[in-house]
Design a binder for this molecule. Structure first.
Ligand code: PHE
Length: 347
């Protein structure tokens, strides 16, 4: 009988070696350890044996059962791993290898027009020594409002404009100016940076309004910064973007975080200033709000307003994209429509 167990053990090892997939392994297990399996068959014949023989054989067969179980488990893990690797090998695609995508007929990759404009502007500003900063979409009340000198009572905090979270402490940032507040905290003047990104407002959408859109914030802080510096940087930026000399003008504008605050207009690029439907016959198109950083904002950023000052601006990227490419509805930008985005730049 002991010999029978020994034979069974060898038979199992040979059979196990031949198993190549998970389902055969399950069958093998049933074959050896199942109710009508080989081990049970041997055990059945034990009933006629003497108590001593039964005891040792019982022990031995239990040991064998444990060994078989452990071997099966080990093999199962190895087979699983093998099958995963095989599947990976079969389905592997090197998506970084562009010509392989081209081989599959996927030729229409390109950047979203907002990305194109954003990268262009980033290049212009980095060439002038600006850093590029990022910030979270989910902000708290402090960085979106308080640090920017927007008091509790200001209409910008209104429920209608802001997507608040249930805790009423967090919100989806309504502007990229939060990046100013965060950027200042970690720097000592002089510094200059831009912060592009998505912003969110709880508004009805139409051809020129979206609940999610894109801004690019800019800030420069140092000694004796003036409105002339602001105008210089804005003119340089706009001339680069529109690839020609542009005329700008400043009108007073109110934003709690700048003083004085301005609306910067550019001379209409369509009619050259003589008046057309785009500029509503005025010759000027409103382009970006800006101003000199409010002393309270500097204080929140640990900058001493008696020693330093600066300018800030907030450029709306969607409008620029629409002007550049002649897009008449802002909603195209988030449509996810491939035939829309594939019109722009391919790799
Ligand atoms: N954060 C303002 C807005 O979203 C724009 C702005 C930025 C104005 C910087 C002045 C200076 O409307």
């Amino acid at each position: 009988m002991l010999q029978n167990l020994e034979d069974l053990k060898n038979e199992f090892s040979t059979a196990l070696n031949e198993v190549k997939d998970q389902s055969s392994l399950v069958n093998l297990k049933a074959d050896f350890l199942g109710k009508k399996g080989k081990l049970n068959n041997i055990l059945k014949s034990l009933k006629d044996a003497t108590p001593e023989v039964r005891k040792t054989l019982g022990m031995k067969s239990n040991q064998l059962k444990e060994t078989i179980l452990a071997d099966i488990e080990k093999k199962m893990t190895a087979l699983e791993l093998f099958e995963i690797n095989e599947r990976l090998k079969k389905n592997w695609q090197d998506i970084t290898y562009r010509s392989s995508l081209r081989d599959q007929g996927l030729t229409a990759a390109g950047y979203h027009p907002v990305t194109i404009i954003q990268r262009e502007i980033e290049d212009i500003f980095t060439s002038m020594g600006f850093e590029i900063l990022d910030g979270p979409h989910i902000e708290n009340e402090y960085y979106n409002f308080e640090a920017l000198n927007i008091p509790d009572t200001h209409p910008a905090r209104d429920m209608q404009d802001t997507f608040w979270f249930k805790d009423m402490k967090h919100l989806l940032r309504t502007h990229t100016s939060c990046i100013q507040a965060r950027g200042m905290e970690k720097r000592t003047p002089p510094f200059k940076f831009i912060g592009p990104g998505k912003v969110f407002r709880c508004e009805a959408t139409d051809a020129s309004h979206e609940a999610a859109f894109h801004q690019l914030e800019g800030m420069m802080v140092g000694k004796d910064i003036s409105v002339a510096n602001l105008i210089y940087f804005m003119k340089t930026l706009l001339s680069e973007i529109f690839r020609k000399e542009v005329n700008v003008r400043l009108r007073p504008g109110f934003f709690p975080f700048v003083e004085p605050g301005f609306e910067l207009d550019i001379e209409c690029l369509i009619c050259g200033g003589s008046g057309c439907s785009v500029c509503k016959q005025s010759g000027w198109v409103e382009l970006l709000p800006c101003g000199m950083v409010h002393p309270n904002v500097l204080r929140h950023g640990n900058v001493n307003p008696d020693e330093y000052n600066g300018f800030a601006f907030g450029l709306g990227l969607d409008r620029l994209v629409m002007m550049r490419y002649g897009i008449d509805d802002i909603r195209h930008l988030h449509s996810g429509n491939l035939s829309f985005v594939s019109q722009f730049k391919t790799f």
